[in-house]
Design a protein around this ligand. Structure first.
Ligand code: GDG
Length: 434
């Protein structure tokens, strides 16, 4: 059996950082059950195994059908099942044991994401010598939502085992700090708590991309050639592009409906504009994913059924993952990148597009509800639930004057290049090692 990279933002972000610094990665083996784990240059892998019940109750259940929707403002109703909580605790304890066994004296441990929120506390109990940092890749919700969680106090005590709890935005850091004060004995401010006699820092550390790598890809002859070919294949039309995991947080149906409205009103036509939607299959066993897939496919079918003309399909829908070079070629080919999640911790796709626009052309349309909106101020920002506003910004992006577009892109590029993924990792580790 071969090995492949797991899709999604966490791996995209961590791979270059680990290549730079070296690390032992303790993680789920993805159900491969392989006896031998391949060796990579700078990366040693230490697998944690999950059995079928763990995968159902811990991973598809508590992680992706309770925490994921709850932390994304309950866009899809979160499920609360007592049967899922114990497996969450057990799997977290198993990860903690794997860390404790392998970590050297006074090593730095960096725990990632909502799947492992109890790990900091468990590790701390047996190994007070370790420095423990935690990073949440998704939003930390407001108190009104977090309060729904029957296991809220236990989760917070788990996180408070870390020396540094880091989030994508200041708002998430403040939400966490507030609920920690409300539901545990912790005291302090939005940025610093005292819990069980220890100091816990709460910081915002917005994650980013390896900008140099995307830029080099975008400049390469093969990607430039492929981008030109894609534009020809799409009939020389203006290209709107979206790239997401097929997830209900990403707002794919909402976005398609805005495009549909423009077609219906005759504001754009299949002859002049094409929308390419790359939707990478993910989490197909968690609650809500079947539904969003059906909705996306019905909407694409309806739009293409109504507005296609011979040889000109208005929406190109790819439900598969593209090789990285091909993805970069689409970023280079796209006139307008439409990144409009209903809620998103950060959104790396927006930053990857900016990194690939080496000639400073192209327009980024960005949802106000992506963490990236805090930094990418010169994107054309929109509330994706406001369909009139959405139609307006699509037209604005399609007709933007070249000089204005270049000016905006130059500012966006400076932001992304200065605050790349290495900057993120340095900031986090610096705070942790202080
Ligand atoms: C979570 C948070 C946060 C996508 N399609 C293809 C492909 N991708 C890669 C992109 C990008 C990654 O997947 C997606 O990252 P995002 O950040 O957009 O979204 P999530 O997966 O939801 O990530 C998010 C992130 O963690 C990091 O903290 O930003 O808010 O939800 O890197 O390039 N890669 C390839 N082919 C594809 O078709 N090769």
């Amino acid at each position: 059996m071969g090995w492949e990279r797991s899709p999604g933002g966490l791996v995209s972000a961590m791979q270059p950082v680990i290549e730079e610094r070296g690390a032992l990665w303790v993680g789920w083996d993805g159900g491969t059950g392989a006896a031998r784990i391949p060796a990579f240059d700078t990366l040693s892998l230490s697998p944690v195994r999950l059995n079928r019940t763990d995968v159902d109750h811990y991973y598809h259940g508590f992680c992706n059908s309770t925490l994921w929707p709850l932390y994304h403002d309950a866009i899809h109703p979160p499920q609360f099942h007592r049967d899922w909580w114990r497996p969450y605790r057990d799997v977290n304890a198993r990860f903690a044991r794997a860390i404790v066994r392998r970590a050297g004296r006074r090593a730095t441990v960096w725990v990632h994401d909502y799947h492992l929120q109890l790990v900091p506390q468990i590790v701390r109990l047996t190994r007070p010598d370790l420095r423990i940092g935690f990073f949440l890749h998704i939003p930390f919700p407001a108190e009104e939502l977090f309060a729904w969680l029957p296991w809220r106090a236990a989760l917070l005590r788990g996180l408070l085992g870390a020396d540094v709890c880091a989030f994508q935005t200041e708002a998430s850091a403040a939400n966490f700090s507030r609920v920690a004060r409300r539901y545990t004995a912790a005291e302090g401010t939005d940025r610093e708590l005292e819990a069980e006699g220890r100091r816990v820092r709460c910081i915002a550390a917005p994650i980013s991309v390896d900008a140099d790598q995307f830029e080099a890809l975008a400049r390469s002859d093969s990607v430039q050639r492929r981008a030109a070919e894609i534009r020809r294949q799409l009939g020389g039309r203006r290209v709107l592009l979206s790239v997401d995991r097929l997830d209900y947080t990403k707002g794919i149906p909402t976005r398609l409906r805005a495009f549909e409205e423009l077609l219906r009103k005759g504001r754009v036509s299949a002859q002049r504009v094409v929308h390419v939607q790359v939707a990478v299959p993910s989490r197909e066993e968690a609650v809500g994913y079947d539904e969003v897939r059906r909705e996306v496919e019905q909407t694409v079918g309806r739009i293409n059924g109504s507005f296609s003309e011979p040889g000109l399909t208005p929406v190109h829908y790819f439900r598969r993952s593209l090789p990285k070079e091909e993805l970069a070629a689409y970023y280079v080919a796209a006139d307008v990148m439409v990144v409009t999640p209903l809620r998103d911790g950060m959104n790396l796709v927006a930053k990857e597009y900016v990194a690939c626009r080496v000639n400073h052309t192209g327009v980024l349309v960005l949802s106000e509800f992506a963490g990236a909106a805090r930094e990418l101020r010169r994107a054309v920002q929109v509330n994706p639930r406001d369909v009139d506003a959405f139609c307006g910004v699509l037209l604005q992006a399609l007709s933007m004057d070249g000089r204005e577009a270049k000016m905006r892109m130059a500012v966006l590029r400076t932001q992304v290049r200065r605050h790349d993924v290495f900057y993120w990792a340095r900031t986090f580790l610096h705070t942790l090692e202080e």
